[in-house]
Write a protein that binds this ligand. Structure first.
Ligand code: PEP
Ligand code: MG
Length: 571
């Protein structure tokens, strides 16, 4: 059987399937007989022990992997599991009220979570998600449901899920995820971005695939062609093994370009940047391959935590990256939450069209305390390196004025507190067509812009970037994309201000020469694209790329653009 989807991260995987269906408990009111009370209590103790063993295993693994911060979260869960008050209440509910143990756990923990969530003290109210998390683990052990987590995989598997939320990927067991398949999501969804940055083959957008497969079923994931195959014969499997080897060998050739400078064939410099999502060494270690960090997606800092990161925590993370940069420019994007990205501990408004709603900069401007905390942390960290602060989802000059005002306010408040603040360049993302079309005015107000092609395409073609039903309409190669970026590049270059691309198109070896030809001489991407982009740029002159861009801008359809880009790559 063959299932077709969108190949978003290239590669081939041959492994059994792991169906990822996070379990959500549904506990009904249920009572037990008096005679069963002792054995019900024993069931509760056994489940608690099992949950404890799980938590300890996660903690030790995370510590061994140098993830001390995440280990702390699970250590706190262990404390909740053995909290005297909660344990006593559960025991009383079973012994005195004759509650079924599952019902006892559900009522006691849910009531505690509810009570905490109402606290005005944020630090306390944020604990309620942990209580719910512990409750669900305890219930799963009690009801003998199988654990389903991506952080504790026993062997290499192809993970098949409806969708992977950024919070699912925060603890992903990377060495055992051989491939990723989801029912929803497209090229620029966050599942795709994560898969790419980890170099995990991924095919997204296969509706109904969870029900079509069974756990442990052997599959071939051909993420070069966007196919998932089941029932593959041993001969065919061998052929796919060979395909996988050939791909890895080709990658090895490309990888020779990893440490070369970004240069066109005629020696013109193109700055190559890195997109990162954390301050972890595994990400910052890669800075040696590039000229700068073009995008630090700070939302992952927020999503990987169980509470709103404090100013101090953020300062430490930003400082770590800036110091790792050793003088290289580090562009840090302010919180880009909303749309598909949510925070478990922060209630976001329910909206009909979240991608057109109160997300990113809009949300920060509406939550002054949240924004000020981040801006203060950024300015403090700026002392330790060459920082660029970048605002996402900017639609108008008013947005820019307000964001800059907020930044001045943060600077003033640091001065009032006698805390040192560093210098930082200020820039915006071009993700909304309206702001691209006023690039001349924007250039007067900012030091730099960076084109977020993922959202730009979404807003320019009116296509939800996560909705696999409309993937065909999400045309990154639409000539309008290149016309618009060309206009913005002309305006920025004329004003002597920098323009870069940090969306997925910047790391696309087919599109990169056309972007450079438009006058964009900085491209930021996932580490997996760095070598391939450097290679393709080294094979063409600036004049050839400019001619390509001119042709692409004149094209009338995405199909024509794609042909032009492909022909160029073969030359
Ligand atoms: C973009 O929109 O192109 C971008 C880089 O931001 P994100 O993918 O995080 O929305
Ligand atoms: Mg974006």
């Amino acid at each position: 059987m063959e299932y077709r989807g969108i190949a978003v991260s290239r590669g081939v995987a041959i492994a059994p399937v792991y169906l990822y269906r996070p379990w959500t408990p549904q506990v009904e009111e249920a009572l037990i007989e008096l005679a069963d009370a002792e054995s019900a209590l024993a069931d509760y103790y056994a489940a608690r022990q099992e949950a404890e063993a799980e938590l300890e295993a996660i903690c030790s693994r995370m510590e061994a992997e140098g993830e001390a911060d995440k280990a702390k979260i699970f250590a706190a869960h262990r404390e909740i599991l053995f909290d005297d008050g909660l344990c006593e209440e559960v025991e009383d509910a079973i012994r005195d009220e004759l509650y079924h143990p599952a019902y006892a756990v559900e009522s006691v923990y849910a009531a505690a979570a509810l009570m905490l969530s109402k606290s005005k003290d944020k630090l306390i109210s944020e604990r309620s998600v942990d209580i719910v998390d512990v409750k669900n683990r305890l219930l799963r052990c009690l009801l003998h449901e199988k654990a389903c987590s991506l952080s504790e995989l026993e062997r290499p598997v192809v993970v098949v899920a409806h969708d992977l939320l950024p919070s699912d990927t925060a603890t992903l067991d990377r060495k055992n995820v051989a491939g990723i398949v989801t029912e929803v999501g497209g090229v620029t969804s966050h599942s795709a971005i994560i898969a790419k940055s980890y170099g995990i083959p991924a095919v997204l957008g296969i509706p109904g695939i969870l029900d079509a497969l069974y756990d442990g079923e052997e599959v071939v994931l051909d993420a070069l062609e966007g196919r998932l195959l089941t029932g593959v014969s041993p001969e065919e499997t061998d052929a796919y093994r060979a395909k996988k080897e050939a791909f890895l060998a080709q990658q090895a050739v490309v990888s020779r370009f990893l440490d070369r400078p970004g240069l066109t064939k005629d020696g013109r410099s193109v700055k190559i940047g890195l997109n990162i999502g954390s301050a972890k060494a595994e990400e910052t270690d890669r800075l040696c391959h590039v000229d700068y960090v073009g995008l630090f997606r700070t939302e992952f800092l927020y999503m990987g935590s169980d509470h709103l990161p404090t100013e101090e925590e953020q300062y430490e993370a930003y400082r770590t990256v800036l110091e790792a940069g050793e003088g290289k420019e580090i562009i840090i994007r302010t919180l880009d939450i909303g749309g598909d990205k949510t925070l478990p501990y922060m209630e976001l408004p329910q909206e009909q069209n979240p991608f057109l709603g109160n997300r990113a900069l809009r949300l920060c401007l509406a939550n002054e305390a949240l924004f000020q905390t981040q801006l203060r942390a950024l300015l403090r960290a700026a002392v330790h390196g060459k920082l660029g602060i970048m605002f996402p989802m900017v639609a108008s000059m008013e947005d820019i004025y307000r964001a800059k005002e907020a930044l001045s306010k943060a600077r003033d408040s640091l001065a009032a507190d006698g805390v040192e603040a560093g210098e930082a360049k200020v820039g915006i993302m071009i993700e909304i067509p309206a702001v691209a079309l006023i690039a001349d005015a924007v250039a007067k107000e900012v030091d730099f812009v960076s084109v977020g092609t993922n959202d730009l395409c979404q807003y320019l073609t009116a296509t939800d970037r996560l909705n696999s039903a409309v993937t065909a309409y999400y045309q990154s190669y639409h000539p309008a994309m290149f016309r618009l970026m060309g206009y913005a590049a002309e305006q920025m270059n004329a004003a002597g201000k920098e323009i870069s691309v940090c969306g997925e198109l910047g790391g696309d070896p087919l599109a990169a020469p056309a972007l450079v030809g438009l006058g964009i001489s900085k491209l930021s991407m996932n580490v997996s694209s760095v070598a391939a982009v450097k290679k393709v740029l080294s094979e063409h002159t600036m004049a050839e790329m400019a001619a390509l861009s001119a042709a692409v801008r004149r094209a009338e359809s995405a199909g024509q653009v794609e042909s032009l880009l492909k022909e160029f790559a073969q030359e």
